[in-house]
Design a protein around this ligand. Structure first.
Ligand SMILES: Nc1ncnc2c1ncn2[C@@H]1O[C@H](COP(=O)(O)OP(=O)(O)OP(=O)(O)O)[C@@H](O)[C@H]1O
Length: 282
C-alpha cells in the first residue's frame, strides 16, 4: 500500500516533526476504508474552520448523601478538527466524567458543551443519544464488545444504529476489519480473540461510521506494552487519515509523544502542558 510523507516546510513540533508517526499517511484515495461504498450520516458539521469541541465553564458536581462533590470546576477547552489530544490525571481526577460530558452521556451541572454547531447541553437525552450514534466513536479499556454478536456484527452495529442500509454496513465492516488486520475473524465471537485483537475490533467499530470525534478511555489499560503500542499506532493512523478528532484519557505516558496536545486534570481544573520545543524557542 502506498504511503506518503507530508512535507509542509513548517518547523518541527509534535504535530509536524520529522519522526511524528501521525505524519505518515496513506496516499489520496488509497485508504482501504474508503473503498467500501459507505455513505456517511448526513448531518456533517457545516463550518470546517470552527473548533470541533468547545467546552465553556463546565462544572460537574455529584451529590454524595448530604454532600456535594465538585469533580470539574469551570473547565473550558477547544479541540480543533483532527487534533489528537491526551487527557491525563490521577485516578479520580475526573477524566471519565469529562469524556461522558463531551459525548453527552452525562449532563454538566453548569456550563456548555458544543460539538461543531450542536449545543449538546440544550438537547434532550434522546437527541444526545442520536447525535452520539452518528458522530462519536468510543474505545474503552475493557473493549466492550458484545459477546453474543460476531466480530463482524460488532463492527456493523454503529452503522446499523446510524440507519445505514445492510449492504453498505457489510462492506464497510469488512473494509474496517481488513484495515485492522482481522478480516478473517469476522465470523468468530469476541471471546475467541486475544485482548489486543479485541481492542483492534473495538477501534474498527469506533471508526466504522466515520465519526467526527473519537473518545478513548484508557485504551491500553488492559494490554501489554507492545500490544498497547500497536493499538495506539492503529488508532492514530486511522484518525489522521480520516481527519477525526481524538481525545484519549490515559495514565500511559507512552501516549504523550504521539499527541498534538497534552491536557492535565488536577483539582477539578484543566491545564495544558506546553511542549518543550515551544518554551525553549527552538
Ligand atoms: N455517578 C457518579 N456519582 C457520584 N460520584 C461519581 C460518579 N461518577 C464519578 N464519580 C466520582 O467522580 C470522581 C471522578 O471520577 P472519574 O471516573 O471521572 O475519574 P477518572 O479520572 O476517570 O479516574 P480513573 O483514572 O480511576 O478511571 C471520583 O471521585 C468518582 O467517585
Amino acid at each position: 500500500m502506498a504511503v506518503r510523507r507530508e512535507d509542509s516546510g513548517e518547523r518541527p513540533s509534535p504535530r509536524n516533526g520529522p519522526l511524528h508517526p501521525r505524519r505518515w499517511v496513506f496516499g489520496p484515495g488509497s485508504h482501504p476504508c474508503r473503498q467500501a461504498s459507505f455513505r456517511p450520516p448526513p448531518a456533517r458539521m457545516p463550518d470546517a474552520s470552527s473548533p470541533l469541541v468547545q467546552l465553556d465553564a463546565l462544572t460537574k458536581t455529584y451529590r454524595e448523601g448530604e454532600q456535594d462533590r465538585t469533580v470539574l470546576q469551570e473547565v473550558s477547552l477547544r479541540l480543533e478538527r483532527g487534533d489528537f489530544s491526551v487527557l491525563m490525571g490521577r485516578s479520580g481526577a475526573g477524566k471519565s466524567t469529562l469524556l461522558n460530558l463531551i459525548s453527552g452521556i452525562d449532563q454538566p451541572t453548569s456550563g456548555r458543551v458544543q460539538i461543531g454547531d450542536t449545543d449538546l447541553t440544550g438537547k434532550s437525552e434522546t437527541e444526545r443519544t442520536r447525535f452520539r450514534r452518528s458522530h462519536v466513536g468510543f474505545v474503552f479499556q475493557s473493549f466492550n464488545l458484545i459477546s453474543t454478536l460476531t466480530v463482524g456484527e460488532n463492527v456493523r452495529l454503529p452503522l446499523e444504529l446510524a440507519g445505514e442500509p445492510p449492504r453498505a454496513t457489510k462492506d464497510r465492516a469488512r473494509a474496517m476489519l481488513d484495515r485492522v488486520g482481522l478480516a478473517d475473524r469476522a465470523d468468530q465471537f469476541p471471546d475467541r480473540l486475544s485482548g489486543g485483537e479485541q481492542q483492534r475490533v473495538a477501534v474498527a467499530r469506533a471508526l466504522a461510521h466515520e465519526p467526527l470525534l473519537v473518545l478513548a478511555d484508557e485504551p491500553t489499560g488492559n494490554l501489554d506494552y507492545d500490544t498497547g503500542q500497536a493499538v495506539l499506532t492503529l488508532l492514530s493512523d486511522l484518525v489522521v487519515d480520516t481527519d477525526t478528532t481524538l481525545l484519549v484519557a490515559t495514565h500511559d505516558p507512552e501516549v504523550v509523544p504521539r499527541a498534538d496536545r497534552v491536557l492535565h486534570l488536577h483539582g477539578g481544573s484543566l491545564h495544558e502542558e506546553v511542549p518543550e520545543y515551544i518554551t525553549s524557542g527552538t
